[in-house]
Design a protein around this ligand. Structure first.
Ligand code: SAM
Ligand code: DTB
Ligand code: SF4
Length: 343
């Protein structure tokens, strides 16, 4: 990349956020010398966010297992013999008790996930009550329930839902190696409904599934050419689960594991191309060293999931995270996020 290209890469000629990234440009970012890439990502980060502040979100699986989709990474697909016991949708009171505990432990956002291809209309009353109850506690609310109809997106918006998480997971080119039961376009259609309904978009993907750098560039490109960018971009490292095709592959061929430096590069490129978004260091922290996490924060990650569990797999937990924050001098996020419209 030339010096001029580097100087203008993050913004276009009028200084506005770019949505016209090309695969070539994103690939060139991935290929920068590591210190140059991280320096640029850290610079962009400081221009748009309060450095050293990290948003804390708590996840809860409100409906676990027995999912009809065949996502190759997921412990919860009924296609994957992982031994996970399928459960019914949790009672509203139980979900709200968990939300209250999350708030007491310092979370700003409460994210509820269901192992569904899509919610059934009969579930929507409970889902709406969960969103309303979480909002009433003064927490931000997020849900991830699979594909949504326009009507369901409107119901969630009316309940006051702040964020809907729906990931594109990987590049369009690698997608068929990961999931066959719903298409890339299905995902984009749900994201359109979420956006149209006025709910903030949380959309990202998973790396470390055996994909190549070109696919990681393709994933970031797909996100960074959305207009507007997703307000929240979770970058997950595959948590290998025995019984899932991708988890088995990774455990049997450890050489396929993504190098931590390449993971940090993905965070940095996401930060540079989507300057205002919250970039969330999501699944995979349990197996990650403090040093790798520190590099991720330096490269612009500014949101994490807290607590002992993600949905079905382990997360570092509050004690380890408190120690990490103290060691690195990080603080929980205060005040508004740059992109999110207040609801
Ligand atoms: N069923 C809904 C859906 O897929 O849209 C919501 C829940 S699903 C578990 C949410 C996201 O978690 C997936 O899109 C995927 O990106 C991520 N995820 C699931 N299993 C994972 C794993 N083993 N490692 C890393 N990320 C994972
Ligand atoms: C996302 O991108 N990561 C979170 C959240 N969105 C819902 C889920 C991670 C799940 C990791 C595997 C598990 O615990 O089952
Ligand atoms: Fe189902 Fe979501 Fe898991 Fe895919 S990622 S199998 S849709 S729970």
């Amino acid at each position: 990349m030339t010096d001029t290209a580097i100087a203008t890469a993050e913004t276009n000629a009028s200084g506005t956020i770019r949505h016209d990234w090309t695969h070539q440009e994103v690939t060139e970012l991935f290929e920068l010398p590591f210190d140059e890439l991280v320096f640029r990502a850290a610079t962009v980060h400081r221009q748009h966010h309060r450095a050293g502040e990290v948003q804390l979100s708590r996840l809860l699986s409100i409906k676990t297992g027995g999912c009809a989709e065949d996502c190759g990474y997921c412990s919860q697909s009924s296609n994957n013999p992982t031994g996970l016991k399928a459960e019914k949708l949790m009672a509203v009171e139980q979900v709200l008790a968990e939300a209250a505990a999350a708030k007491a432990a310092g979370s700003q956002r409460f994210c509820m996930g269901a192992a569904w291809r899509n919610p059934k209309d009969r579930d929507m009353d409970s889902i709406v009550a969960m969103v309303e109850g979480v909002k009433a506690m003064g927490l931000e609310s997020c849900m991830t329930l699979g594909m949504l109809s326009g009507e369901q997106a409107d119901q969630l918006a009316a309940a006051g839902l702040d964020y809907y998480n729906h990931n594109i997971d990987t590049s369009p080119e690698y997608y068929d190696k990961v999931i066959t039961t719903r298409s890339y376009q299905d995902r984009l259609d749900t994201l359109d409904q979420v956006r149209r309904a006025g709910i903030s978009v949380c959309c990202g993907g998973i790396v470390g599934m055996g994909e190549q750098t070109t696919d990681r560039a393709g994933l970031v490109l797909a996100l960074a050419t959305m207009n507007p960018h997703p307000e929240s971009v979770p970058v997950n490292e595959l948590v290998p689960v025995r019984g899932t095709p991708l988890g088995d592959m990774l455990m049997d061929i450890p050489d396929l594991m993504i190098d931590p430096i390449e993971f940090v590069r993905t965070i940095a490129v996401a930060r540079i191309t989507m300057p205002q978004s919250m970039v969330r260091l999501s699944a995979g922290r349990e197996a990650m060293s403090d040093s790798t996490q520190a590099l991720c924060f330096l490269a612009g990650a500014n949101s994490i999931f807290t607590g002992d569990m993600l949905l079905t797999t382990a997360n570092p937990g509050d004690n380890k995270d408190a120690a990490l924050f103290a060691k690195l001098g990080l603080r929980p996020l205060t005040g508004p996020e740059p992109m999110r419209s207040q609801r």
